[in-house]
Design a protein around this ligand. Structure first.
Ligand SMILES: [Zn+2]
Ligand SMILES: [Zn+2]
Length: 339
């Protein structure tokens, strides 16, 4: 008897109805909305997994084989699984995550779409007709004109009528797509092409004993402000050219919340600032990246009367020691005006 059967109090070979009934009964008892026990949520999740697994196994294999490791549906790092035991194939899927999720981590439902035998035709792709119907290709004659004269009609096998047709639900493929939802824990620090492995959520093997893993390949959603360079987080920040001259605290948007960084006084040309360790979080052997701020100087526009006067004052003051404050300008004027 499998863990999943034991958990739901079922005998091996339980039918779909029995599985559903057993789950409903236990769910009433263990649902965290009804049961104040702090362990209720975890137990409820295990029950639901067991239920999903048993049903999936019934649908997949037509028997009640089930994954032995029912409590395993949590995010697991790609780990060495030891000696290669026979098990089902791994399944790959892409998981697109936001920048915020990459920084802070998240728990998110992920839909796994699995082909399974069509529920209407049981996988045959054929549907029985209640009333026989005239075969259309041969118009009931059972024969069809080929290159070498009349031949037997393949559609009705020469009978002229048919009592089956292509299954209307699966269009004859014999398959339908089943959806399964998993709660996936996304740890902080994942970037493009990283892999998140969910043990036991891949394809079941032939005996339904040991399923493969579900391997989620991470893709970061594009962001209108930030971009990624390795583990560095890069953004462009417009800033007053005057502020760049004198420095001061500067507010910077960040996926983990706005932060204030000290802007060093310096030239008012486009320049780059780095905040060590404020890029993508460390993960395994890989250290955290930096936050790279590309400062984009902005000159003031449309001064009003008051500002006009202030700027005039500033200009006069700067002009008095132009060689220091405007070295290039002072040189140009010396070359072309004051000779
Ligand atoms: Zn079908
Ligand atoms: Zn025919």
């Amino acid at each position: 008897m499998s863990d999943a059967h034991a958990l739901l109090g079922l005998q091996p070979g339980a039918t779909m109805q029995q599985i559903k009934r057993a789950f409903r009964k236990l769910a009433m008892q263990w649902h965290p909305d009804r049961n104040p026990d702090p362990a209720a949520l975890e137990h409820f999740k295990r029950l639901r997994q067991a239920h999903d697994r048993l049903l999936a196994a019934l649908l997949d294999d037509g028997d009640d084989g089930d994954d032995a490791d029912a409590g395993n549906a949590h995010a697991a790092e790609a780990a060495d699984t030891g000696p290669a035991a026979a098990r089902g194939a791994d399944r790959w899927q892409t998981l697109e995550i936001s920048l915020e999720e990459a920084f802070l981590g998240a728990t998110r439902p992920v839909c796994v779409r699995t082909p399974r035998p069509c529920s209407q035709c049981g996988g045959s792709g054929i549907e029985k007709l209640s009333v026989s119907r005239l075969c259309e290709p041969c118009r009931g004659s059972g024969r069809i004109r080929g290159t070498k004269g009349l031949v037997r009609c393949a559609d009705c096998e020469g009978r002229g009528y048919r009592n089956t047709q292509r299954c209307s639900q699966c269009a004859g493929s014999g398959e339908e797509i089943g959806e399964r939802w998993l709660q996936v824990v996304i740890p902080p620090g994942l970037i493009d092409d990283d892999e998140l492995r969910l043990a036991g959520e891949g394809e079941a093997d032939a005996d339904g004993q040991r399923a493969g893993d579900l391997r989620l390949r991470i893709r970061l959603s594009p962001h209108p402000l930030f971009r990624r360079d390795g583990r560095d987080l890069v953004l462009q920040r417009p800033v007053s050219a005057l502020r760049m001259l004198i420095g001061g605290p500067l507010r910077i948007p960040h996926p983990a919340g706005v932060r204030t960084v000290p802007l060093e006084p310096g030239v008012a040309h486009a320049r780059t600032m780095r905040v060590a360790g404020a890029g993508f979080p460390a993960r395994g052997q890989r250290a955290a990246g930096d936050l790279v701020i590309e400062l984009d100087p902005m000159l003031p526009q449309s001064p009003d009367k008051q500002l006009h006067a202030l700027i005039e004052q500033l200009e006069v003051a700067l002009g008095k020691s132009a060689r220091r404050h405007f070295p290039e300008l002072a040189r140009w004027e010396a070359d072309w005006l004051d000779r």
